[in-house]
Design a protein around this ligand. Structure first.
Ligand code: MG
Length: 388
């Protein structure tokens, strides 16, 4: 994401309701300070221009925590003063939009953040919230006085997103204190869109919140540990021709490979490896050779289908590895181009794709140069919401 969007992480408070000792944003959650989780969650959503607003007493901790690229700003005595200080600090290189997030909400998801950013394309302000579902009462001294209407009531969350110039002007014009920046935006007459919040996006306040957050993180980690491997194997025989398609590259040779499609044996093995990891059969199941529409088809159609199916099922491809087995043509000079071609087709970084080759010491059908064999392995990693 661009420099256009700055994200303020408000972490200057001294709140210790969560227990004795450090302010809650510096307490450990699953072995790391809460703020480390918050920064990681924002980065995972693609936000890169981060501004950490801290209490002056926490400067050393903040320096140790914030990697390069995080701007550290000293906050003020109130939440409002802290946000104002951070907004002013961006003045010389103003972003177009700004997200303002509570440092003590480490479980914010990319979905919540992207919903706010999308709404900001259509209006000057947007913030996530959840409708109130519990009945509400007014009470005093431990007794219910009267029920209260919950219609139209929401529980506000962060990040709250704004047009930068507009929220800066609103802050400069505002007098008094405010619970959040939406209150300040509304005082300036800005329209604020409500986007979908998430139950897990809690603000850590009490000790029980830390226990809940630790559970959520453990569940997420368990999901990330859902790693699936698949292998693929394919063989195509040589026929007369002047080149072979191998891993998306036409390699000049004194023969070609025979097959129903373009006979790209490496890409077929890789495609089958991905289908295998998903327990989705093989290329033949998705593109039957009996169907004339796949005759002479470019094999990237198959590979793109397998990659899209993995994404649809909620998996990202961690890495893959292809081994071509042949005496000739020599693969080494083309391996880099093959890696780049597969990376482009799969939408992956080249560093996650390996293409290598071996001979079979002149043994067997590959040794006799009757054809080429290919082996492939693919590693798929479950994302949030993956279907096993
Ligand atoms: Mg094949």
């Amino acid at each position: 994401m661009t420099h256009d969007i700055a994200t303020l992480i408000v972490a200057a408070g001294r709140g210790t309701r969560a227990g004795e000792g450090q302010p809650k944003q510096w307490r450990l959650l699953a072995g790391r300070p809460v703020l480390a989780h918050t920064l990681a969650a924002l980065r995972a959503a693609g936000l890169t221009r981060l501004v950490l607003v801290i209490h002056p007493d926490d400067a050393a901790q903040a320096e140790a925590l914030a990697e390069e690229g995080v701007l550290i700003v000293q906050g003020g005595a109130t939440r409002r003063a802290s946000v104002r200080a951070a907004l002013e600090a961006l003045c010389n290189d103003p972003p177009r939009k700004v997200l303002i997030h509570d440092g003590a909400r480490p479980l914010v998801s990319a979905d919540v953040i992207h919903a706010v950013l999308n709404a900001l394309e259509r209006g000057p302000a947007a913030a996530p919230a959840l409708p109130v579902v519990d009945a509400l009462w007014q009470g005093a001294e431990g007794r219910v006085q009267r029920p209260a209407a919950r219609d139209g009531l929401y529980r506000a969350q962060t990040p709250q997103g704004f047009d930068y110039a507009a929220i800066l002007a609103a802050h400069r014009a505002y007098a008094g204190n405010a619970a959040d920046d939406v209150e300040i935006a509304r005082a300036a007459g800005m329209e604020v869109a409500i986007t979908k919040g998430c139950d897990d996006n809690i603000k850590l306040t009490y000790a029980a919140d830390f226990a809940r957050a630790a559970r959520v993180l453990a569940e997420r980690q368990a999901r990330q540990m859902d790693i699936r491997l698949g292998n693929g194997y394919d063989v195509h025989r040589f026929m007369p021709g002047d080149g072979c398609w191998l891993c998306g590259v036409l390699v000049p040779h004194d023969r070609a490979l025979e097959g129903h499609s373009d006979a790209d044996v490496g890409m077929h093995a890789l495609t089958d490896a991905i289908y295998g990891a998903l327990a989705e059969g093989d290329i033949g199941r998705h593109f039957p050779p009996s169907d004339p529409q796949w005759k002479g088809a470019a094999s990237h159609i198959f590979l793109r289908h397998a990659v899209a199916l993995a994404a649809k099922r909620g998996y990202r491809i961690g890495n893959c590895d292809v081994t071509l087995v042949c005496e000739r043509p020599k693969i080494g000079p083309h391996a880099g181009a093959m890696q780049a071609a597969l990376a482009e087709i799969m939408g992956l970084e080249a560093g996650r794709i390996s293409v290598k080759a071996t001979t079979s010491e002149r043994l067997g059908f590959t040794g006799r140069e009757e054809g080429i064999a290919a082996y492939a392995t693919a590693c798929l990693i479950a994302q949030e919401g993956a279907t096993p």
